[in-house]
Design a protein around this ligand. Structure first.
Ligand code: B12
Ligand code: SF4
Ligand code: SF4
Length: 371
């Protein structure tokens, strides 16, 4: 959303700008954001980290991460005229629903990341940010603005850290001492020279809990996630086959992964979301693998309408659940479910189903030919 400005309407004196900054934080909170901050466009240190991350190939098949050159770390080049970023946080952890640890511990159940249980956050945040921009417009008249949320070309966590919303933890998510890390981020790029907030300071200290808990050792060093090892990447972003070495560690995580956040001590203080949109839909917080695997493509499309899960499509959905079923304790029900997909038209699905059937009945090493 790009608006064309009437530069004369933007407040020019410091006290009017300070008042506007205070007002927009109040309006943001009335629109459902738990925190709103303001920062400038300078991201030099993060730009260097991003360049090293890309050079190491940590983005894997996410080719979009390498596009846009330096625009990703230079907001004023991405949206000319931008001088400030309004960064906003919206909490998503549902107040109700099955305890995530219990779901992870039950191999018959499907684990879906807390962020994806309800409505697609892109829609919720974008709408809220637009309303905030319109509210500002109604106070000062037209100005130049553009909203982003989870938009590839923006370094959202770095901007939020600079805007005082928290710090980037060793698991690389943004977290805050009061809010934990169960929140989404979104931004409004603006051409208004608002006063900036003080950046968030780090409080990981000597803790390493997230590095130790990661089932695939994807946090290769503090603050550095190799996406090619991350289960969130494998279950959501990766279009092809899940590499064999990650299929056992995947466990029952069929959409995203929360392990590094579940162990973080600061999440003990996180408050549940107030947004009804993020409440679990279709019992997805406690669904059985077998039931989800039985969804036809039409059912998948119907039941994931308005959800972020929809974008992976039915084939990847089956791919992920097949691996989780392979990791479940052997039972006639699991075998029947897997066999029902053996002749699926997609080679991707068939290969993962075959792997799962073998994982259920590993060849006996003590008999000739493994039979
Ligand atoms: C690509 C991406 C992914 C990839 C890669 C993750 C990653 N760490 O980059 C994958 C698919 C793995 C992923 C997973 C998840 N993601 Co994601 N993802 C993004 C996306 C689109 C870009 C992130 C990015 O720019 N990466 C580039 C690298 C270089 O950045 P970075 O790892 O954050 O590194 C920074 C610092 O750690 C530091 N740094 C890097 N190296 C070094 C080295 C040293 C020595 C030091 C000191 C610092 C340092 O500088 C870097 C730049 O600021 C953002 C949205 C956006 N546009 O920002 C969402 C986003 C980060 N994801 C989000 C979420 C919720 C998740 C998951 C929790 C989802 C889930 N439950 O499965 C997981 C978390 C996994 C994890 N531990 O990171 C949220 C995070 C909200 C928050 N509270 O922070 C975002 C912001 C989306 C949103 N709008 O809300 N994601
Ligand atoms: S999301 Fe899971 S796999 Fe990815 S870094 Fe965190 S714990 Fe590791
Ligand atoms: S688990 Fe520990 S090291 Fe990891 S982000 Fe949380 S406080 Fe930082």
């Amino acid at each position: 959303m790009l608006n064309h400005p009437d530069a004369m309407s933007i407040p020019a004196d410091d006290s009017a700008l300070a008042q506007l900054a205070a007002d927009l934080k109040r309006w943001g909170s009335a629109l459902g954001f738990q925190q709103v901050g303001v920062t400038d466009t300078h991201l030099a240190a993060d730009e260097a980290h991003l360049q090293r991350w890309l050079a190491a190939g940590y983005h894997g098949a996410m080719a979009y991460m390498a596009r846009h050159g330096l625009k990703r770390s230079r907001p004023a080049e991405l949206v000319p005229g931008t001088v400030r970023i309004i960064s906003a946080r919206m909490d998503y952890r549902p107040p109700v629903g099955q305890d995530p640890r219990q779901v992870l511990a039950d191999p018959q159940l499907a684990y879906i990341s807390r962020y994806a249980l309800g409505r697609d956050y892109h829609k919720v945040l974008r709408q809220g940010l637009r309303q905030l921009a319109w509210r500002i417009e109604s106070a000062i008249g037209p100005f130049r603005w553009r909203v982003f949320t989870d938009s590839a070309p923006v370094l959202e966590k770095a901007l939020a850290q600079k805007a005082g919303l928290g710090w980037i933890g060793k698991h690389s998510n943004l977290l805050d001492r009061q809010a934990g890390s169960w929140f989404f981020l979104g931004e409004i790029f603006v051409d208004i020279p608002l006063p900036v907030d003080a950046p968030g300071a780090g409080h990981c200290g000597r803790c390493q809990a997230c590095l130790e808990a990661c089932p695939t050792r994807a946090i290769v060093a503090p603050y550095q996630v190799d996406a090619r090892r991350c289960l969130s990447y494998h279950t959501i972003e990766l279009p092809g086959a899940i590499p064999l070495e990650f299929r056992r560690p995947l466990g029952n995580r069929i959409y995203g992964c929360d392990d590094c956040q579940l162990v973080c001590p600061w999440n003990r203080f996180a408050r549940p979301t107030a947004a009804a949109e993020f409440l679990p839909r279709h019992g997805l917080d406690t669904a059985r693998l077998i039931d989800l695997f039985a969804w036809s493509e039409a059912e998948f499309l119907k039941r994931t309408e308005g959800s972020a899960i929809r974008r992976i499509g039915h084939q990847r959905w089956l791919r992920n659940i097949a691996v989780a079923l392979g990791n479940a304790p052997p039972s006639p029900g699991v075998a029947a479910a897997l066999n029902s997909r053996l002749a699926h038209p997609s080679e991707l699905v068939r290969e993962h189903v075959q792997w799962a059937l073998t994982a259920q009945n590993p060849p006996n090493p003590f008999t000739k030919g493994g039979k």
